[in-house]
Design a binder for this molecule. Structure first.
Ligand SMILES: Nc1ncnc2c1ncn2[C@@H]1O[C@H](COP(=O)(O)OP(=O)(O)OP(=O)(O)O)[C@@H](O)[C@H]1O
Ligand SMILES: CCCCCCCCCCCCC/C=C/[C@@H](O)[C@H](CO)NC(=O)CCCCC
Ligand SMILES: [Ca+2]
Length: 474
């Protein structure tokens, strides 16, 4: 239920002196409620209840109001006017603000004036005690700003050093709502099942709650960034770097850069070490999907003292860590379809050097039912902690070992790297961290189980409640 409004039906009766008197015939309640539509979309519907007994009516209202526990009353809203197709402000004003008003939610709205405006405001100025949640109107990059602000502020307020890689981070009490207005919007899609501003607004209004894992990324014990969706080196790093120069194109920039980087077919050498998540049920190759209400782990920090690190050295077209499925309209099942939102792990996907044809087969499988991991050059591991070192950063002894293993070819490829004009693969790619470029290639990543909470409930299985005869189901 979104809101209950009084409605009175009056009639008039003649008094003895001939004048007319208004009397309350029936008391009605206009009930605004959520109706499930196709493809996980929610819409607002209305029904009027009438009741001749005032006491019964009162009982109804009390019961309905009681069901509103856990709902936000005061929200801090940040709108990125430049995300996606630059529609954030319009989307919020036309589709979301009227619903918040109907639900009796008070808002404090900021339209961001520059990049990192929301992050810095949350870190230092925002009076967080006054609010029950933060709403982000924009894409994954804007969401990233919000979590950076909130996580940082929470740690500082309680005296935890957010720079230290070994610290156990504490969750913020504020939930975050995402009104999708970006280019990929994969965090919204993977937690709600659709990118639809009205559906997201309704999940906020009813006070849904979905915990979510967050990866912290460090370089030499120096904090770089947090990630909740994709950390990608090689293909996705290169696509992002190339697409940033084409921002004016809007969401289509990713398609153009995707094709360009596919044709470039660059591979990168390096070492990946990881700590497998051994104490969990399930693997990245499961047929089961992360669905609503499915919380695998209690929030805890793992004890990895008994688990052994594993190391893989090689040439990779892509190294991806998906902490959630990363489902989005481009890949409705996601980069790692069986990844979980809140299990304290990330799925590490290694795509080794292969032919263009094979890489295309792998990419195309993101868009159909075939298993993108069922290929000899792809491996996937569910991990809690991993490190990557590009080959040129490896220690001298590692380089010597490479030389002994691979002989002359290695020497020539080193020379090519030092002379980019020869047209060989460049030595480094960049990390794509939830759509932002990292300025370090050697990184150390650890998963913090359920560090944040969203106003969402995960993707629901299609239910009998879906009303396919309703016009909103089209
Ligand atoms: N007022 C602003 N002016 C310029 N940039 C901004 C402003 N507010 C936020 N940003 C930055 O804009 C970048 C992109 O925003 P956003 O994520 O909303 O859209 P997107 O990149 O199109 O979508 P997606 O991340 O889903 O691909 C973010 O990195 C954010 O920091
Ligand atoms: C030739 C057929 C090719 C078919 C390929 C389909 C594969 C598409 C996979 C898309 C995966 C998106 C993962 C999400 C990453 C987000 O954190 C990030 C920020 O929004 N978006 C991108 O980096 C944008 C990345 C866009 C990549 C294209
Ligand atoms: Ca996870």
């Amino acid at each position: 239920i979104i809101s209950v409004r009084e409605e009175e039906e009056n009639s008039s009766r003649r008094r003895g002196d001939g004048s007319w008197k208004k009397i309350k015939e029936r008391e009605g309640k206009d009930l605004l409620y959520v109706e499930r539509c196709r493809r996980h979309r929610w819409r607002c519907a209305e029904v009027t209840f009438t009741c001749s007994e005032e006491a019964l009516c009162h009982h109804w209202v009390i019961t309905l109001l009681f069901s509103s526990a856990g709902r936000p009353k005061h929200l801090l809203v940040y709108i990125n006017p430049y995300g996606g197709k630059q529609q954030g402000k319009r989307i919020y004003e036309q589709k979301v603000a009227p619903l918040f008003a109907l639900a009796g939610i008070f808002t404090h709205v900021f339209v961001t004036q520059h990049a990192n405006y929301a992050r810095d405001h949350l870190r230092t100025e925002a009076e967080l005690k006054k609010f029950d949640g933060v709403v982000c109107v924009g894409g994954d990059g804007m969401f990233s700003e919000i979590i950076h602000g909130l996580i940082w502020r929470t740690q500082i307020d309680i005296g935890v050093d957010p720079n230290c890689p070994d610290e156990i981070l504490l969750p913020s009490s504020l939930r975050i709502g995402i009104i999708p207005a970006g280019s990929t919007d994969c965090i919204c899609f993977a937690t709600v099942g659709t990118n639809d501003p009205v559906t997201s607004a309704l999940h906020i209004i009813v006070g849904d709650s979905q915990p979510m894992d967050v990866c912290s990324v460090h370089h030499n014990n120096m904090f770089l960034r947090y990630s909740v969706s994709l950390l990608g080196y090689g293909f996705y790093g290169d696509v992002l770097t190339d697409s940033e120069r084409k921002r004016w194109m809007g969401p289509a920039r990713y398609d153009l850069s995707g094709v360009k980087m596919f044709l470039s077919h660059h591979y990168y050498e390096g070492t990946v070490s990881y700590l497998p998540a051994s104490d969990i049920v399930g693997t990245p190759r499961d047929a089961a999907r992360c669905r609503s209400g499915y919380v695998r782990a209690e929030r805890y920090e793992m004890d990895d003292s008994d688990t052994e690190w594993r190391t893989i050295r090689g040439k990779f077209l892509a190294i991806n860590a998906a902490s959630m499925s990363c489902a989005c309209p481009r890949t409705p099942k996601g980069l790692s379809p069986a990844a979980h939102l809140a299990d304290g792990t990330t799925d590490l996907i290694l795509v080794r050097k292969c032919s263009r044809f094979d890489f295309l087969r792998h990419l195309l499988r993101h868009t159909n039912k075939d298993d993108q991991f069922d290929l000899t050059f792809v491996e996937v591991h569910r991990v809690r902690h991993f490190r990557f070192t590009p080959r040129h950063c490896q220690s001298d002894s590692d380089l010597e070992l490479d030389l002994r293993e691979n002989g002359k070819h290695q020497i020539f490829s080193q020379i090519c790297r030092d002379h980019p004009a020869c047209g060989c693969t460049p030595a480094y790619s960049s990390w794509n961290c939830d759509g932002e470029i990292l300025n370090h290639t050697a990184i150390d990543v650890r998963v913090h189980c359920q560090l944040i909470k969203l106003f969402a409930r995960g993707i629901e299985e299609p239910t009998v409640f879906e009303d396919f005869t309703n016009p909103c189901a089209i």
